[in-house]
Design a binder for this molecule. Structure first.
Ligand code: PMP
Ligand code: GLN
Length: 391
């Protein structure tokens, strides 16, 4: 990945994202795309019909800056229903262009140049870009496989007088980890003791198979310092709609809103009522979304094991991390670039989620948010990687 020569910003050194690169590779080669995380089936028809109805009803001009009042109300109702969190939809909820904008706007809003931002590593790719745009300095604490655990002492030691923010993600991409209550408590205690602000990315909040997702803001002493981010993309399988939200204390949300208004101003007018309808679906919708994805997880994991991969079974998300070392491939990034031609499947190199993306790791991330027949065919093709014709 190299950046274009005229890129005159703090993003020098950044090129196209690994997801864009891998999707382009799948497109060019006709390979099955288990790289970028997007489902191959639409979400609930009542939600897409609500968007169609909104377009037909003329909901096509700029919505209000913070999002429509009804969607902000629906987000507040959702936080109350699932987490017992009470929010003032007027002052404590902001609608954004996906979680991506909420995260970037929050980091830009809350960090001065030179401030340190703490993340767990591996981390989602937009975090490093958001921190770089803000002129911040990224500090990481590594999650260790197989359970992606971390050393709480290391976390405490990673905080310095310059640390401003923890940028947190649970359920976690790319590992599929759901941080446990004990881990959340250890994280909260560091944040409180060192008076850190927190941005927590919870876009996979409803895609949990084992354990339970608990928002970091619900721990004692955390609500007042935390901006919680989520989006409709994953929960409703409409990743292209890009409707997200940031919630939290009014002063923090106002800071994020100030940046958001100069990034996109507003976004997705007709999708906002549709997402409000989605957020008001009965509990059974949310349970069945997780259940059907759990079956897909099990299906792909079984296929990967049969193909000779060592699999870190994820507790949540769209993704499974698979170790290719036993198949004889020690550099997952090199393998990912050859895989479409070797066997007609695309994955994402886990290296892209680490501070040094050039350090070889045998881990490859595969997305399982695909139809069962696609997962079966992908697993069948991946089994060729271990066959003698592909040493
Ligand atoms: N955070 C994580 C952890 C993600 O995996 C993604 C990818 N969807 C996002 C944020 C971005 O979400 P959105 O598409 O709503 O911007
Ligand atoms: N979140 C998606 C993933 O992890 C990618 C979205 C994107 O391409 N930015 O695959």
């Amino acid at each position: 990945m190299s950046s274009p020569p005229y890129l005159a910003t703090r993003l020098r050194g950044f090129g196209p994202t690994v997801f864009a690169e891998m999707s382009a590779l799948a497109e060019a080669t006709g390979a099955i795309n288990l790289g970028q995380g997007f489902p191959d089936e639409d979400g609930p028809v009542e939600v897409s019909e609500a968007a169609v109805a909104a377009i037909r009803a003329g909901v096509n001009q700029y919505p209000p800056g913070p999002g429509t009042a009804d969607l902000r109300q629906a987000v507040a109702e959702h936080q109350q229903r699932f987490y017992n969190v009470s929010l003032d939809p007027e002052r404590e909820v902001l609608v954004t262009a996906g979680a991506t904008e909420a995260i970037t706007a929050a980091v830009l809003a809350l960090c001065e140049p030179g401030d340190e931002v703490l993340c767990f590593e591996p981390f989602y790719d937009s975090y490093s870009a958001a921190i770089a745009l803000a002129g911040g300095v990224r500090r990481t604490v590594v999650l260790q496989p197989p359970d992606w655990s971390f050393d709480p002492d290391r976390l405490a030691r990673a905080v310095t007088p310059r640390t401003r923010l923890l940028l947190f993600n649970s359920p976690h991409n790319p590992t599929g980890k759901v941080f446990s209550d004990d881990e959340l408590a250890a994280i909260a205690s560091v944040c409180i003791e060192r008076d850190l602000l927190v941005v927590t990315d919870e876009v996979y909040e409803h895609l949990v198979f084992d354990g339970q997702h608990r928002p970091l803001s619900t721990l004692p002493g955390m609500a007042e310092r935390t901006v919680t981010v989520s989006s409709a993309g994953k929960t409703f399988s409409f990743t292209g709609w890009k409707i997200g939200w940031a919630t939290g204390p009014a002063e923090l949300v106002a800071a994020v809103r100030t940046v958001k208004q100069f990034l996109t101003y507003v976004n997705g007018a007709p999708f906002q009522p549709a997402v409000a309808a989605g957020l008001r679906l009965p509990d059974s919708y949310f349970a069945s979304a997780a259940w059907s994805l759990r079956e897909k997880r099990d299906r792909l994991c079984a296929g990967l094991v049969a193909a000779g991969f060592v699999v870190h079974v994820p507790a949540a998300t769209y993704f499974v991390m698979a170790d290719t070392g036993r198949l004889g491939y020690l550099d997952g990034a090199a393998l990912c670039r050859q895989m479409p031609l070797k066997c007609g499947v695309v994955g994402v190199p886990a290296a892209a989620f680490y501070s040094d993306p050039d350090a070889p790791t045998p881990l490859v991330r595969f997305a399982f948010c695909k139809r069962p027949e696609v997962l079966d065919e992908a697993a069948r093709r991946l089994a060729d990687l271990g066959s003698p014709s592909h040493p």
